[in-house]
Design a protein around this ligand. Structure first.
Ligand code: D41
Length: 679
């Protein structure tokens, strides 16, 4: 070996050791020590050396994790020791029966305090895998298959970040087969499906299917992009090593060698310990980062395991205690459209009631029309309903081959099912909305709440609860009805939890709110995408409401801060006759504002600049600070991006200040801010 090659080999070894260490810190221990960028730098250096000197590349190189050439087919692998299956128990009685069978075989008296010790583990909902380490190096990975013969998925397994490519430590077996479960975390699953939805591609039904589809990819580059994880739960073949005497100690040893373990594993005693564990994990189920479908109990002592042996293909010393299923099949009786607070039409499947995820489900969301088309759900179809955790039940997929003849595709209604207004399809978006705005009953309550809110008409004492009460008591229907409440004091007082004094206060606040400003009034109308800043720009441009009501899209687009989306929303809003009527009634009721002096360009010294205000200022409220900036033509936005010009930082700022620093955006403290706006 030349001197140079020796140097390179040393460098490769160093980089490999560093990358493995930091991978382990990040993916197994969840305790990164270096920034991602530093990791990437080391990674690229190794990649480059290997590209220039392929002869030095090792089979357990961390660069293998990004995948390589696609395979034509998987080869088959016979498991030297069969991969067993697991028995199931579904309820308390079956759990007791399991325990009794174990105790009887071991000749342990159930009533004695000689409780049998188990390890209790979450039952991950993924797929079983076998990993073979020769002299500590990962040489083969295989799926469980039928338990005897699986598929060789070594290239794909190498892309799973928490699987070590070689074991760490000095006491490594000559041969070690580790068994465990490959799975996809809920977060990765959501991310993957969201991406598929954006691209109009098919989504995966659940994380399990996504994991299975990814592990069985012939193209390991695709597998690498799927961000799978693995936890180990058993050993298979072991040579040249004396294993410890209990299952929990074996897991501990695997952890020392760098294998990923589920952190929820515990040792419990007796049937009571098992039950308590089951209940505890059941409560944590939704909060866990991955799907589980139950827990697994294993007799901890290997000697006892040996005494118990197997029946058929399952060990007598272990069982899975299942949670209620999160997926069931049922029939779609109808598909209807619900109108939400913002007018969004959501297709909902009315179902033959089915017990799933612990509750009876008779409705399931279909999210939007794109989703309906992609899944091609039709009335009369058999569908898989999924209810994971507290998430709303959804139609995961149609059961293939069961469609009734003559079924038709679902169509979006042209008119709002609640108020009859036109339904408009958003540009490029999957969402369809009722254009009824303030007129539509479904949107009414939310519209009134927004109208009354502090930053809109600021009607003191008219909170969300009271709005609901007033609408339910049929005292108000639309926002303009608020101003005739003064003729209904008796009816208001008759409502629950309403004293005469509070009714009078409400009337007084309503009267007071009539004197407002044009920006507030425009904002209060609740036109979609028209926030405070846009409302102020519109007010400033038109000076009155009439001009705005008649504006064309072209005119609107030319206004600062107004893009094509806002322009189209504004025009749609004012093209609805109901909305015009509501506005006219409000003005008739006496709503007024001081005339707007249209600002000269020379006064708008901050025009073109974008600000974020965060933290507490001592000389004014945050809203006042924003108003001062807006008055000078600045744009005020909610979150820091690379397009932000300045971030104004008060006391106790949150993450926005940190983000600004990270992006290198100029930060103004209060003093600098005051100097800025008084300039
Ligand atoms: O989490 C799991 N899915 C899991 C599966 C687990 N925690 N432990 C398991 N233990 C076994 C034995 C007792 C046979 C070693 C298992 C499985 N088996 C298993 N997974 C798929 C079939 C069997």
């Amino acid at each position: 070996m030349s001197n140079q090659q020796k140097k390179l080999s040393e460098r490769i070894e160093y980089l490999t050791q560093q990358l493995n260490h930091h991978s382990h810190q990040y993916y197994v221990l969840d305790a990164p020590e270096i920034p991602d960028a530093e990791y990437d730098r080391l990674f690229r250096e190794l990649q480059q050396i290997e590209a220039e000197h392929p002869e030095l590349k090792k089979i357990d190189s961390p660069t293998q994790r990004v995948g390589g050439e696609p395979l034509a087919a998987f080869s088959q692998v016979k498991h030297r020791i069969p991969m067993l299956s697991l028995g199931n128990v579904f309820d308390e009685q079956e759990l007791q029966d399991f325990y009794k069978r174990v105790a009887d075989r071991l000749k342990i008296d159930m009533q004695s305090d000689q409780a049998i010790e188990f390890t209790a583990e979450p039952k991950l909902d993924g797929l079983a895998i076998s990993l073979v380490y020769e002299k500590g190096i990962l040489v083969q990975a295989a799926t469980r298959g039928d338990g005897n013969v699986g598929e060789k998925v070594t290239e794909n397994a190498r892309t799973i970040r928490n699987i070590p490519l070689h074991l760490s430590g000095t006491d490594i077996p000559d041969l070690l087969e580790v068994r465990g479960e490959v799975f996809m975390s809920k977060a990765v699953f959501e991310k993957l499906n969201n991406k598929a939805r954006e691209k109009g591609e098919k989504t995966f039904v659940n994380p399990r299917n996504a994991a299975a589809g990814s592990l069985r990819q012939l193209d390991s580059k695709i597998a690498a992009s799927r961000e799978l994880s693995m936890y180990c739960y058993a050993v298979g073949v072991v040579e040249g090593y004396q294993l410890p005497a209990t299952h929990s100690e074996i897991l501990e040893k695997l952890g020392q060698w760098g294998m990923p373990l589920c952190s929820e594993v515990e040792v419990v005693k007796g049937v009571d310990g098992c039950r308590q564990y089951y209940e505890k994990i059941g409560q944590q189920r939704d909060a866990l980062a991955y799907d589980i479908d139950g827990v697994v109990y294993k007799v901890n002592d290997l000697k006892l395991q040996q005494q118990l042996g197997f029946v058929a293909r399952a060990p007598r010393w272990a069982t899975a205690h299942k949670f209620p299923a999160q997926e069931e099949i049922t029939c779609v009786n109808a598909i209807e459209f619900q109108v939400g607070r913002t007018g969004a039409l959501t297709p909902v499947a009315r179902l033959q009631p089915v017990f799933v995820g612990g509750v009876t489900v008779s409705n399931a969301t279909l999210h939007n029309m794109d989703e309906v088309r992609r899944k091609d759900v039709r009335v009369g179809d058999q569908v898989i309903i999924r209810r994971a955790g507290d998430v709303i039940p959804e139609v995961a997929s149609v059961v293939p081959g069961k469609r009734k003849a003559g079924s038709v595709e679902v169509e979006l209604p042209k008119a709002c099912p609640v108020c009859g207004s036109d339904v408009v399809q958003e540009e490029g978006g999957a969402v369809a909305r009722c254009s009824g705005g303030l007129y539509c009953h479904a949107q009414r309550k939310e519209g009134i709440k927004h109208f009354a809110s502090r930053r809109a008409m600021d009607i003191d004492g008219l909170g969300d609860k009271l709005v609901e009460q007033l609408v339910d008591a049929r005292l108000i229907d639309h926002i303009d009805d608020l101003y005739s409440l003064k003729d209904k004091v008796e009816e208001i007082v008759a409502m629950e939890r309403m004293a005469k004094k509070s009714a009078e206060n409400l009337i007084e606040s309503l009267e007071k709110s009539k004197r407002t400003t044009l920006p507030r009034f425009i904002f209060a109308l609740g036109i979609r995408e028209v926030g405070e800043v846009t409302a102020a720009s519109l007010a400033n441009h038109f000076g009155d409401i009439q001009g705005l009501m008649q504006a064309s899209e072209e005119e609107l687009i030319n206004i600062d801060d107004v893009g094509p989306v806002v322009a189209s929303r504004v025009v749609t809003f004012f093209s609805q006759q109901h909305n015009i009527e509501v506005i006219n009634k409000l003005i008739e009721a006496g709503i007024s504002w001081p005339p707007i002096e249209i600002k000269q360009a020379s006064e708008l010294t901050l025009s073109g600049l974008s600000f974020v205000v965060t933290g507490t200022l001592s000389s004014m409220s945050r809203n006042d600070a924003k108003q001062r900036l807006i008055d000078k033509g600045a744009k005020v936005v909610g979150s820091v991006s690379k397009n932000t010009s300045y971030v104004v930082v008060g006391e106790n700022p949150g993450s926005k200040a940190a983000k600004a620093e990270q992006l290198g955006i100029d930060i103004l403290d209060e003093e600098a801010f005051l100097a800025f706006i008084n300039k």
